[in-house]
Write a protein that binds this ligand. Structure first.
Ligand SMILES: [Zn+2]
Length: 224
């Protein structure tokens, strides 16, 4: 604790004065650019990875970067999504998994969390990703299986995200963009899902891969 409180002191005496104008600006409101949904893992720091300033990312962290499908569970994730999209009108939603994820290891080996019923129940929301990984990549090594599951889980949670009415509406209108990322802890790399290529590719500012489904045309057909 001493280390944390010393950190607060250093923040107040060194960091805060250096960004006084920014904090004055933020004192009365926020207009974040993006909703960032990622794992609770202490090694995943969205503002560090993206070098974003305070006020730029609305962040939701939970075990396994899970997004419950709309209506299945009223909780912090669903409320956070609704607030970010409806009230803050974010234009971008990122779901970011990461390497060496304890939650994904538990999804591969449910017996490892047998004594933790809440986690077991929560991680059932990664069952679709688990089946995709186990059924379609049976010959992979354990570490490769974990990587595949981590990527498939990001895609499965993006699918769940689209069941939220505010998100579905924003996508249909073309005002909301979705991104699926995986952060690699040992190298600092971030890969992103490219819906056009159907695979994860390294992120590059000249080509930012998006996971947003194509905006569809009007479905209304004139009947005679
Ligand atoms: Zn994790």
């Amino acid at each position: 604790m001493k280390r944390l409180v010393e950190g607060i002191k250093r923040f107040q005496t060194e960091v805060f004065p250096a960004k006084a104008a920014l904090f004055a600006d933020l004192a009365t409101g926020q207009t974040p650019r993006a909703l960032f949904i990622t794992c609770g893992d202490s090694r995943v720091e969205p503002t560090l990875i993206t070098q974003a300033n305070p006020g730029e990312l609305f962040t939701l962290k939970n075990v396994g970067n899970i997004v419950p499908p709309y209506g299945s569970m009223v909780g912090g994730v669903s409320a956070g999504i609704e607030y970010a999209v409806e009230a803050l009108q974010v234009k971008h939603i990122i779901i970011c998994g990461h390497s060496d994820c304890g939650a994904m290891k538990a999804v591969l080996h449910p017996e490892s969390v047998a004594g933790m019923p809440t986690i077991g129940e929560w991680l059932r929301q990664a069952d679709a990703a688990r089946r995709v990984a186990l059924d379609n990549y049976p010959d992979l090594r354990e570490d490769e299986k974990l990587d595949v599951l981590t990527q498939e889980n990001v895609l499965a949670q993006l699918d769940n995200l689209k069941t939220h009415p505010s998100v579905a509406s924003g996508i249909a209108r073309g005002t909301l963009n979705l991104y699926g990322w995986v952060y690699v802890i040992h190298s600092g790399a971030v890969i992103g899902f490219d819906a056009e290529q159907g695979r994860f590719i390294p992120l590059d500012e000249t080509h930012i891969p998006t996971a947003t489904p194509r905006v569809r045309g009007r479905a209304l057909v004139q009947a005679d």
